[in-house]
Design a protein around this ligand. Structure first.
Ligand code: ADP
Ligand code: ADP
Ligand code: MG
Length: 448
């Protein structure tokens, strides 16, 4: 191993703190970067050093590559952890880090390029013999040509942006009028949001589960999986509650999906932590590859509390050339785990609701982990993601996990701003949720 000594964290909020924690346990120094809006942020206080990299607007700070590389240079950081969102799946950034002699804590540029694009990665999945939904390409095609193909596929269909993420750039379509209008509008939106207006169409699955597999791989060809996470509870294609194990997978189906994810990761010589996302059609029991996220994910603590593996420590070791310390047979699964994403949002509209926190009480007791960055007296800035905390609850069965989660949420207090805590409580009291019988439509059908 080359031995990383100082990591700059090119992110903010809870994930920046999460990375600082692993670094500290590994004996690695940390550098926080922050915008002017984040001067009072906890990640700045917790890091060994900090550098202001620009104004509130992300494009001028957390997405500002020259500023971030300069901050690494002046502080002598030899590695950069990108967290999730922001620059975490930006192959140009990863490449620039390499050119500056800085270790990018993530997969190789080659892996990001291969798997970062939803269309490219579908083609690779097909080659790796992993089932995926057949796309209709829309680039350079007339409306008449697209019509013929969509007629064959049948409504409903889903338009997706190839470069999309975070649930954005997607729309369910039921008829041709909407299809034509949406193709034009979404292409413009995708161009503005992701810098790439490429769209494709695929069959919309009516009652799916979102099942994803955590991959752990190194630069020496070792690839293992750490099981699944079920992220079916979503609002507008955005996850809000994740759990493991999935209540709907038989052991045989679980094995099949995990094997597919490992096969795909091996096929691209994947070399870091990553997640292979699938849609699981409950009506046919068929699963389809959706996308791969070539970074650490928001919900990684679910897997950590189930397996005891510190995913970010392993990610750092592997970026440093370390050999995977775990074999597949070392991974033991225990606990039922649920993660609740606590967002500063208006419960009626789901729109962000930042502001001053008059009082914050973090839950405690047996079976709870809280990854957050807020504190009493902190003002949640309006410029970034509305997620302020992740509450992770674990117990020896799904039933106990649900009763414990209710207890944990009932003692959580975030005063002064609106949050989705009540929404999580309603989900936990819903009979379909308790039985485990639900699909990605759960929230639009039941509670919103
Ligand atoms: P995860 O995939 O880690 O479960 P999300 O899909 O919600 O979680 O994405 C993680 C974070 O990254 C969110 O803050 C989301 O808004 C952001 N994000 C993901 N992909 C993109 C993208 N292509 N462009 C902008 N933001 C993104
Ligand atoms: P993102 O990059 O925004 O995470 P994904 O391709 O992972 O985009 O899809 C996000 C969510 O959208 C999925 O978790 C699922 O709920 C829904 N979705 C995606 N593809 C389909 C589909 N073909 N049919 C039904 N729902 C889908
Ligand atoms: Mg996704």
């Amino acid at each position: 191993m080359k031995k990383i000594k100082k990591v700059l964290i090119a992110n903010r909020g809870e994930i920046a703190i999460r990375v600082i924690r692993s670094c500290r346990e590994l004996g690695i120094e940390t550098v926080a970067v922050h915008s002017t809006a984040d001067e009072d942020s906890l990640h700045v206080k917790m890091a060994d050093e900090s550098v202001c990299i620009g104004p509130a607007k992300s494009t001028l700070s957390y997405l500002n590559i020259p500023q971030i590389l300069s901050a690494a240079d002046i502080t002598g950081a030899d590695a950069i952890h990108p967290g999730y969102g922001f620059l975490s799946e930006n192959d140009e950034f990863a490449e620039m880090c390499g050119k500056w002699g800085i270790t990018f804590i993530g997969p190789s540029v080659r892996c990001i390029q291969a798997m970062g694009d939803k269309i490219e990665s579908k083609l690779i999945a097909k080659k790796a013999n992993v089932p995926t939904l057949e796309p209709i390409y829309t680039t350079d095609k007339s409306h008449d040509d697209i019509r013929v193909e969509v007629e064959k596929m049948g409504f409903p269909v889903l338009i997706k942006a190839s470069a999309g993420g975070g649930g954005r750039g997607m729309k369910k379509i039921e008829n041709f009028d909407d299809l034509y209008i949406s193709l034009t509008r979404l292409a413009e939106e995708a161009k503005a949001a992701f810098g790439d207006g490429t769209l494709f169409i695929e069959k919309y699955i009516e009652n799916p589960r979102h099942i994803e597999i955590q991959i752990l791989a190194d630069q020496h060809g070792n690839v293992i999986h750490l099981g699944e996470r079920d992220c079916t509870i979503q609002r507008r294609f955005q996850k809000i509650l994740e759990e493991a194990p999935s209540p709907v997978l038989t052991p045989a189906k679980r094995q099949e999906i995990c094997d597919s994810a490992v096969r795909l990761a091996k096929h691209v010589n994947y070399d870091s932590v990553g997640t292979v996302e699938f849609l699981f059609d409950q009506d046919t029991q068929q699963f389809y590859f959706m996308e791969m996220n070539t970074r650490i994910q928001v919900e990684h603590p679910v897997t950590e509390m189930r397996t005891g593996v510190d995913l970010i420590s392993e990610q750092i070791r592997h970026a440093d050339g370390g050999v995977c310390r775990l074999k597949q047979s070392d991974i033991l699964f225990r606990n039922h785990v649920m993660e609740f994403r606590i967002n500063a949002e208006d419960p009626k509209t789901g729109m962000p609701s930042p502001g001053f926190i008059t009082h914050y009480h973090r839950p405690g007791g047996l079976g709870v982990r809280t990854d957050d960055y807020i504190y009493t007296g902190y003002t949640v800035p309006p410029y970034y993601d509305s997620m302020v905390s992740k509450i992770i609850v674990f117990a020896d069965s799904r039933e106990t996990c649900i009763t414990r989660s209710k207890r944990v949420l009932s003692e959580t207090v975030v005063g002064g701003i609106q949050t989705n805590i009540e929404l999580h409580k309603r989900i936990l009291n819903n009979a379909e949720f308790v039985e485990g019988h639900f699909s990605t439509n759960f929230l639009s059908k039941n509670l919103v």
